[in-house]
Ligand binder design. Structure first.
Ligand code: ADP
Ligand code: TYD
Length: 214
């Protein structure tokens, strides 16, 4: 049995990733699993720089942004204290709010997607998620949620961009369907119904033989 999984939540801004990641973490913990909930961009030095770019405090070229996200991901994986690999080796189920498909979709909207996949190859070699969970919500609905909840919007949070990013997610899933486990759930439903859908899929992976890469 796979005791601890590596699960990545993906989706456009406002799709409900962090809500669902927390619900899944709580559910797993209630069943006795140790869970480490994390996110990208991270709160390390490269992640902090990315936040400044996303919040319009500093400007950067889209190629630079793609490279910074790829670098932030390596730190996220390999940090000696709180890295994903360390946590997995300690028996935690690791749930991350965004991983490399976010790079393929967001950064692949503004520069060549194949190049973005290339610069993230090392992360994929180090650890692919056991499941990539994509919460699919119409960009219009996400923009409404973002505008209701926040006074400011970040770099990629506009309707045209989110439409393109959603298309890029779907393109990346098709491109990598033979290498990646991808689960797409309709996120335009109630929080509880989506959580139930995600739980059923997670349970399936929990009953499979353990991952041998960690
Ligand atoms: P993300 O992490 O993808 O940006 P959040 O989980 O922060 O998304 O959700 C964005 C907003 O939408 C929050 O205000 C949250 O309460 C709300 N929300 C999340 N899931 C749903 C849902 N299924 N239906 C309606 N609103 C939702
Ligand atoms: P996040 O704060 O998770 O946004 P939200 O909670 O609203 O979904 O992510 C920050 C932004 O960074 C988001 O617009 C997506 C973008 N991003 C990239 O462009 N490339 C990446 O590799 C990642 C992880 C995020």
């Amino acid at each position: 049995m796979a005791n601890n999984l590596f699960i990545a939540f993906e989706g456009i801004d406002g799709s409900g990733k962090s809500s669902q990641a927390k619900l899944l973490a709580t559910k797993l913990e209630s069943m006795g699993h140790k869970v480490y909930l994390t996110m990208e961009p991270t709160d390390c030095h490269i992640g902090s720089l990315l936040l400044k770019i996303l919040r319009h405090h500093i400007k950067a070229d889209h190629n630079t942004i793609a490279l910074l996200f790829a670098a932030d991901r390596i730190e996220h994986l390999l940090d000696k204290q709180n890295g994903i690999m360390k946590k997995l080796s300690e028996g935690f189920t690791v749930i991350t709010d965004r991983y490399y498909f976010s790079s393929y979709a967001y950064n692949g909207t503004h520069t060549d997607m194949d190049w973005v996949i290339e610069i993230n190859k090392m992360s994929a070699q180090i650890r692919r998620p056991d499941i990539n969970i994509f919460i699919d919500v119409p960009p219009e609905v996400c923009m409404e949620r973002i505008n209701t909840n926040r006074a400011t919007t970040e770099l990629f949070e506009n309707l045209d961009n989110l439409r393109n990013v959603r298309e890029k997610f779907l393109e990346a899933f098709t491109k990598l369907k033979h290498e990646e486990n991808i689960f797409i759930t309709d996120g335009n439903r109630s929080v509880e119904v989506i959580a139930d859908d995600i739980w059923k899929e997670t349970e399936r992976y929990l009953s499979m033989p353990a991952h041998t890469g960690v």
